[in-house]
Design a protein around this ligand. Structure first.
Ligand code: GDP
Ligand code: ADP
Length: 202
């Protein structure tokens, strides 16, 4: 039997650099898969259906969620977001680690349903820098940016519910810290049963 991959949840306020850090992390690490979420928000320029997100109508989203097709789902800043179940389980069973880049509400659902999930929170160096990144990205209008900054304060208060925090000051450093956390997690005694069956600590 192939050993199961690690389920990794990554959260952090909008604009902190989750996408940027994960793109670089994925390019440097094999046997890791990024779950593609479903969302009802509109695609940004350059975003492709089935690559960055599955862009669904509200009706289709609710249908999928209602039929148990999602591991978790939540409403964030006026839109629905959720993790389709199928790919996550398939990749874990194949022995690949799976990263869910999801908001705090969804993360807490995963933590309850899958206590084995490794929970990582990405922090900004400061609120001023977070604001600067969100504004400079130029993908949202002022109202949306303000909404996301308001949400950020609530999200940061939940960071203590995660196993690890990574400050995204410098991208390369953040990628390296994330890799170290995954390596350490594979040696964690919380996976002791798996560990006895199969040496996970490389
Ligand atoms: N619960 C949940 N949140 C998600 C999912 N996919 C993305 N999100 C979160 O939704 C929020 C908004 O995502 P997005 O609109 O892409 O904006 P961005 O994070 O600023 O690039 C972020 O906190 C994401 O982590 C998902 O499948 N489930
Ligand atoms: N360590 C960093 N230093 C400076 N700018 C960064 C850093 N990480 C990300 N950024 C920039 O901040 C903006 C938001 O990053 P993004 O990855 O889209 O965030 P998120 O996915 O968390 O919403 C982007 O313009 C990105 O280029």
């Amino acid at each position: 039997m192939t050993k199961q991959g690690l389920l990794v949840v990554i959260s952090g306020p909008s604009g902190v650099g989750k996408g940027t850090v994960l793109r670089s992390f994925m390019a440097q690490n094999e046997n890791v898969r990024l779950s593609i979420s479903a969302t009802t928000r509109s695609p940004r320029p350059g975003e492709e259906d089935g690559v960055h997100y599955y862009f669904l109508s509200r009706e289709r989203f609710l249908e999928l969620a209602g039929s148990g097709g999602m591991l978790e789902h939540a409403e964030y800043s006026g839109n629905y977001y959720g993790t389709p179940r199928d790919m996550v389980q398939r990749e874990l069973d194949a022995g690949n680690d799976v990263i869910l880049e999801i908001d705090v509400q969804g993360a807490m659902q995963v933590k309850a349903a899958r206590p084995d999930a490794l929970m990582v929170f990405i922090l900004p160096p400061s609120m001023a820098e977070l604001t600067r990144r969100l504004v400079d990205r130029r993908t949202e209008d002022e109202v949306t940016i303000n909404r996301r900054l308001a949400a950020a304060r609530g999200e940061l208060e939940q960071a203590h519910r995660y196993d690890y925090a990574v400050v995204n000051d410098n991208i390369e450093d953040a990628v390296e810290k994330l890799a170290a956390i995954l390596r350490a997690a594979k040696c964690s005694t919380r996976y002791l049963n798996d560990f006895i069956n199969e040496v996970q600590c490389l």
